[in-house]
Design a protein around this ligand. Structure first.
Ligand code: 4AD
Ligand code: MG
Length: 465
């Protein structure tokens, strides 16, 4: 007999004479004539109650069905006598597949998130992490749906790369050289020509540059894959390995880029509300009580837009004392970003036209700025509770201006020869952005730490599992 998932059993429109379920015991309660076993299989938040009559030949197995044990149950699906669920199972056959003794860490009592991180191999079996990873899976699907419905082409950009897409230098080195005795050149430097790829290689920080190659051929493309940053950031919003979605559009400017970013964020929220309603309700009960109201609020209102220069004026006029005082030309820190979205605009806000000197080399220089106030067509989408969730820009399509930007950022043109070729042959205005998938998940679930929305977090000093 085929297995039925708990989610489908609970959604049944009729009683069933025969049903077969498999899963893990959440709780067991023994009464005189019956035992009540809650079976959860991760297909949804809820478990289903299984009633095992003490007269059943298999009843002896029930005493071995402790919290965490895996079980298989055959029986009938009948209307539930108890409250809170429509259906329950009356067992006819009850089998324990794998026992779990009293050392099983996920007993009924609540655990701290810190403790659950230490048992990342078991935490998917908890209500919270089951819900987080179901939402993660659903939103990954929605990402593809959003772009595929718009005829964007999905491009697999490389994970091992020789170029620094952000020009920021925080990359993990990839090498097969013997670290104890690396080959040296005559002047004593490590000889990378003898390395696996015959040059220095790294884990990618972004698929953008390669996405640009494809956008200037297939028009609208997107990437969705893991990216890596070797920044020594110890915050609740930074991971060393995270997933990024990067659309890239030919014949598109900053306005079109910002519009797509806003539409995309709203689409993902709407999709989660529609397809993960029970999980979101769980988060709003146990993680963040304002979650559902905030998501509705974000869906209903247009996002605000404000230039970097206006943002600096707002921050200065606020009268606040900042931990990092801010004047024109400075990077916005998390405290500034959160003030703008949480306190000033009280909704998501896209800040655009940042100073050229603090942004990446590939961003398009705006025309008509004063020489000491040069800006680029960059944008960051800031959301309440998190700050930056999306970073993007219109790209510099003019060869001479791009080369000047690379010189400004002290980048070697030779390593970017193919990137420059895109401007030599059939260059077009184009734009794109990157959405940090984990930051989006934090926003949609209310979960406050990035370590708790990725199955196995990689952060400085941690790479267990
Ligand atoms: O702003 P970033 O660095 O932009 C880029 O990488 C561009 N190449 C994107 C593009 O235009 N195609 O990163 C984009 C987003 C950030 O807004 C943030 O959401 C997320 O990626 N992000 C991180 N998420 C988790 N941990 C980190 N260390 C992150 N760094 C960036
Ligand atoms: Mg950024």
């Amino acid at each position: 007999m085929n297995r039925t998932l708990v989610k489908d059993a609970l959604a049944s429109t009729q009683a069933l004479d025969a049903i077969f379920l498999q899963g893990w015991v959440r709780t067991r309660r023994d009464a005189k004539a019956f035992s009540f076993v809650e079976l959860n299989d991760g297909s949804c938040l809820k478990g289903i109650q299984v009633i095992v009559d003490a007269t059943l030949p298999d009843y002896a197995a029930v005493t071995r069905a402790s919290t965490g044990a895996s079980i298989a149950v055959r029986g009938k699906l009948v209307p539930s006598q108890g409250q809170g669920q429509k259906w329950e199972i009356v067992a006819e056959k009850f089998e324990v597949l794998g026992e779990a003794d009293a050392t099983y860490p996920l007993q009924k009592k609540g655990h701290t998130l810190e403790f659950l991180r230490e048992i990342a191999h078991l935490r998917p079996r908890s209500n919270l992490f089951g819900a987080v990873f179901r939402v993660r899976s659903r939103l990954a699907y929605a990402v593809h749906q959003f772009f595929q419905e718009k005829s964007f082409c999905y491009v697999h950009t490389p994970i091992i790369t020789a170029s620094d897409a952000e020009g920021a230098g925080d990359m993990f080195r990839v090498t097969t050289l013997d670290l104890a005795q690396p080959p040296k050149t005559e002047d004593g430097a490590i000889d990378s020509t003898q390395d696996f790829f015959a040059k220095k290689t790294f884990l990618t920080v972004s698929g953008q540059l390669e996405a640009e190659i494809f956008a200037t051929a297939l028009s609208n493309v997107y990437t969705f894959g893991p990216t890596f940053r070797a920044e020594n950031s110890h915050t609740s919003r930074h991971a060393s390995e995270f997933w990024m979605i990067e659309p890239e559009m030919a014949f598109c400017d900053l306005q079109g880029d910002m519009a797509l970013a806003e539409e995309f964020v709203k689409y993902l929220i709407r999709d989660a509300k529609q397809h993960c309603a029970a999980d979101l309700e769980f988060f709003s009960k146990f993680v963040d009580k304002d979650l559902l109201a905030r998501l509705d609020f974000v869906l209903e209102r247009p996002f605000q837009r404000c230039s970097y220069t206006e943002a600096i004026a707002i921050l200065t006029a606020s009268g606040r004392t900042w931990e990092h005082p801010v004047t024109w030309g400075d990077n916005l820190q998390s405290e500034h970003e959160r003030f703008l979205s949480e306190e000033h605009f009280k909704c998501p806000v896209t800040v655009y036209n940042y100073p050229r000197a603090i942004k990446a080399f590939y961003m398009r220089k705006n025309d008509g700025d004063a020489p000491d106030r040069q800006t680029v067509a960059a944008m960051d989408l800031l959301v309440p509770g998190i700050g930056e969730i999306i970073g993007g820009s219109q790209r510099e399509e003019r060869l001479d201006v791009l080369r000047e930007g690379m010189a400004l950022h002290h980048l070697d043109e030779k390593s970017y020869w193919w990137y420059l070729d895109l401007r030599r042959y059939g260059t077009v205005p184009h734009a794109g952005f990157g959405l940090g998938f984990e930051r989006m998940l934090m926003f949609v679930t209310g979960v406050a730490n990035i370590r708790d929305v990725i199955p196995f977090a990689r952060t400085p000093g941690t790479a267990e599992f």
